[in-house]
Design a protein around this ligand. Structure first.
Ligand code: SF4
Length: 400
């Protein structure tokens, strides 16, 4: 049976927004330059936002704009001017953390609903109702909740005019959802302004104060110790419970992530939400194809344990690398394809499309955009492939 809960995906730019739509997102969220918690991600300009919202609406999807910084007093006027423009463009929600921003938005009397960001750390139904009373249509629940706690919140919200949203996939913080000063302290880049350099994932040593420069390794095994390096959430087994208890939206983290991540992760969650059979080992295999730090259920299973941290390395892992992707463009009868990593003519690859995964053998020779026969192509080259390949397909080299 198909389940009717929204699947909400991130987008760092217009191209990724389109990939999210093609791979089944019901709604997409993105930041605006200067006013989101991802200062260093590819945020949208206001022109991009208009194009993105138009594209989403033409395809029957929704677009939410993150305005979830904690602004200083002198930043409100510009933030409100931006919000008014986005409201006029038809934004489907503003994602907000700060009470002052909520109050200022309400005073503007805009039609765009307010969604409360995970940065607000909402851990109770009482807090959800408080935000509802302040004008929020939806509240994203904190990642620090268990399934039982979410069910209890949902039971107490029955009949109330407020929606909830839960993060189901992606990176998590060692600290309480980004409320952390390590990055500011060590690098001058503030997590609460979206500038986190992720120092919680670095390797640390011990130094005695009278022996400067003498670093004593602290390690769990020969590879080191990465005490605070949280694994990534992958909560697909909880989707039926989340849907059945009435959560309105399931959110995927990762506005910094590439199109391969979007395609792979959305494919899994779209299938699960549509009630298609997706054995756990297949889901993990699909999710393992894109960079991750190892997967965990985090707080969802009750409490976090050492297993929720990847203490042996801070490096990403992945069982494949995207080597090319197809575009919407045709060149005569052939599909234009962008190369991301060196490929060899005749190479055996894996193909990911919105219809699933299959194997794919590159033609031999390859054909360049100029029509030349070539035996390999490199990053940023453009090649032509068969017209039976759909647009927005990922070609990847699989390692295991
Ligand atoms: S340093 Fe780590 S815990 Fe702190 S905000 Fe950044 S990612 Fe989160």
């Amino acid at each position: 049976m198909a389940l009717k809960t929204e699947l909400l995906a991130p987008a760092g730019n217009l191209e990724r927004l389109k990939w999210a739509v093609v791979y089944g997102a019901d709604a997409v969220y993105f930041g605006i330059t200067d006013f989101s918690l991802r200062s260093f991600a590819g945020n949208f300009t206001l022109d991009d936002a208009r194009l993105g919202l138009d594209y989403l609406h033409q395809n029957g999807r929704k677009g939410y704009v993150t305005l979830n910084i904690y602004p200083f007093s002198n930043e409100y006027d510009e933030l409100m001017r931006t919000a008014a423009e986005l409201d006029e463009m038809g934004a489907d929600a503003f994602i907000v953390s700060d009470l002052g921003v909520m109050r200022a938005l309400r005073q503007l009397n805009l039609k765009t609903p307010i969604h409360v960001s995970t940065q607000a750390n909402t851990t109770s139904w009482q807090a959800v109702l408080a935000y509802r009373d302040l004008g929020a249509k939806r509240v994203n629940l904190a990642r620090e909740l268990s399934m039982e706690q979410i069910k209890e919140i949902q039971r107490n919200l029955e009949g109330e005019q407020v929606e909830t949203e839960v993060f189901i996939h992606g990176s998590v913080c060692f600290s309480y959802s980004g409320r952390c000063a390590i990055s500011d302290y060590l690098t001058g880049r503030m997590a609460n302004r979206g500038e986190c350099t992720q120092p919680c994932r670095w390797n640390y040593t011990l130094m005695e104060e009278k022996r400067p420069g003498q670093h004593f390794p602290v390690f769990e095994d020969e590879r080191g110790l990465y005490l605070f390096n949280s694994r990534d959430l992958a909560l697909f087994p909880f989707v039926p419970d989340l849907v059945n208890c009435g959560v309105a939206s399931l959110k995927i983290e990762g506005r910094m992530k590439n199109v391969h991540y979007l395609a792979a992760v959305l494919s899994v969650y779209r299938a699960v939400l549509d009630g298609k059979a997706m054995p756990e080992e297949i889901a993990y295999k699909m999710l393992g194809r894109v960079s991750n730090r190892g997967y965990t259920f985090g707080f969802m299973k009750g409490r976090i344990t050492p297993d929720d941290y990847e203490t042996s390395t801070h490096k990403y892992q992945s069982t494949s690398v995207m080597v090319a992707s197809t575009t919407e463009q045709m060149h005569g009868e052939q599909r234009v394809c962008r190369v991301k990593n060196t490929i060899q003519a005749g190479e055996q690859l894996e193909l990911l499309t919105p219809n699933g995964v299959s194997s794919y053998t590159l033609p031999n020779p390859l054909v360049s955009l100029e029509g030349e026969s070539i035996d390999h192509a490199n990053n940023q080259d453009v090649i032509l492939l068969n017209n039976d390949l759909p647009p927005y397909a990922v070609l990847r080299r699989v390692y295991s």
